[in-house]
Design a binder for this molecule. Structure first.
Ligand SMILES: Nc1ncnc2c1ncn2[C@@H]1O[C@H](COP(=O)(O)OP(=O)(O)OP(=O)(O)O)[C@@H](O)[C@H]1O
Ligand SMILES: [Mg+2]
Length: 409
């Protein structure tokens, strides 16, 4: 396997999948110091700028599309380092990082956290990207307290997860803003600063700018860092005392296409549910959120094809066996078409939910079955000990191999 020699101050760009062991010297990646003997793994979906702090030697193992490129003099990373040092040395409480998809938001966030750790600070990360969440599984806004320098926020242990129930921010902007605010407040009250907020890449539309602006107004960061772009509407936030800074996106980097993003989400579900246990809960001890069928009052429709039915806000929600289209046509003749939703028996299998004790502890779950006759909910969860009182539904149903499908209520 090749050995790569770098003189002090020299750098390269490494594209995964690749691994190296540092044989001599010291190199820095996203502000993390790699020391002699340390092995660094660069994932297939990742690329990094590697800079030698001393004369160094790397023992590389490369596979498939792995690549090594020269680091240009105008490499974005050098500007990132300057800005991250300016920010960290000002002792900020909160920093929000925004930018388009694949601009480098999460990497810049990691750099800031690593620089903060190097100074002996106790930083926090709020991962507000519900689509490409690194800390929690998809659909959550989460909080983590990194204690060691890393190259990727994936793998940090969540201190708290708040369920948004969607993997796109568009329909849930207010919930995301509220959760981010709550988690920032928690981190600060637990003595963790700086709190770095990593966000999703939804930036180009009017709604996106309104949402990011609202986030900044609510969270009031000391710095708003825009990676790979600039927008005068964000400069206006300086009126609040927020320092708006822009840095370029690395010009050459790995990007993820849509299917890689989907696969990344599947990987995350798989990771969280790898050691999940099957738990049985009593329906009559639970409060449901965003699931009208189980929130409504039970009614008897006197139809033997109906497994379960309830009424909420003047509308009927029905689970039926057999030909659900026919059940719908027949029942809607008396109940009204707009007033009726019919689900096929077994529709709940694979539904991605969040289980909570109602006091702030949340954990993901996948519904296996609802036994309406026995009044039981059967779900897989990595937190079988959690005393569950609240079940929040999502719009996502997961297949056996953790692929996402969508469900409507
Ligand atoms: N200096 C750099 N040179 C080359 N590649 C880099 C550099 N910094 C980060 N990258 C790579 O660029 C890609 C995008 O970075 P990152 O995941 O941080 O972006 P993001 O804006 O958070 O993306 P997303 O919208 O998916 O959350 C990643 O593969 C990352 O490893
Ligand atoms: Mg990201």
């Amino acid at each position: 396997m090749p050995t790569l020699k770098l003189n002090k101050g020299e750098g390269v760009k490494l594209f995964g999948p690749m691994a190296f062991t540092l044989l001599r010297g010291t190199v820095e990646i996203l502000g993390k110091k790699v020391v002699v003997g340390e092995r660094v793994i660069i994932h297939r979906l990742k690329s990094y700028a590697v800079v030698a702090l001393e004369d160094s030697e790397l023992d590389l193992s490369m596979v498939n599309e792995a690549q090594i490129k020269r680091l240009e003099d105008n490499e974005a990373y050098f500007e990132w380092v300057k800005l991250s040092e300016e920010i960290v040395s000002s002792n900020p409480t909160v920093v929000v990082v925004i930018g388009e998809v694949d601009s480098g938001k999460s990497s810049f966030t990691t750099l800031l956290l690593n620089k903060a750790l190097e100074r002996g600070m106790r930083p926090a990360l709020v991962d507000a990207d519900v689509g490409q969440a690194d800390v929690a599984p998809p659909g959550y806004v989460s909080l983590a307290y990194p204690s060691e320098q890393t190259l990727w926020n994936r793998g940090l242990k969540p201190v708290r997860m708040c369920f948004v129930g969607d993997n796109k921010p568009q329909r849930s902007t207010d919930a995301i803003v509220n959760y981010v605010k709550r988690l920032v407040e928690q981190a600060v009250s637990e003595g963790r600063t700086p709190v770095v907020v990593d966000t999703d890449g939804w930036m180009k539309e009017v709604g996106a700018v309104l949402y990011k602006t609202k986030l900044v107004v609510e969270v009031r960061p000391d710095y708003l860092v825009h990676v790979g772009g600039s927008d005068p509407s964000f400069s206006a936030l300086e009126r609040l005392g927020v320092k708006y800074r822009t840095v370029p996106s690395p010009s050459v980097k790995k990007v993820r296409d849509r299917s890689e993003r989907r696969e990344y989400r599947s990987d995350r579900y798989r990771e969280f549910f790898a050691n999940a246990a099957m738990v049985k809960y009593d329906l009559n001890q639970l409060v449901f959120v965003d699931m009208p069928l189980l929130q409504g009052a039970r009614v008897d429709l006197h139809d033997e094809r109906v497994v379960y039915s309830s009424v909420l806000g003047g509308k009927y929600f029905v689970v039926a066996r057999g030909d659900t289209r026919r059940v719908y046509e027949e029942l809607s003749a008396s109940l009204g078409r707009e007033k009726l939703t019919v689900y096929p028996q077994g529709f709940e299998r694979g539904l991605y939910v969040s289980l909570s004790d109602g006091k702030g502890s949340e954990c993901p779950g996948i519904v296996e079955k609802i036994d309406f006759d026995a009044g039981k909910l059967l779900a897989r969860t990595p937190c079988p000990e959690l005393p569950v009182r609240v079940v929040r539904a999502s719009t996502i149903r997961l297949t056996e191999d953790f692929k996402e499908e969508y469900i409507e209520y």
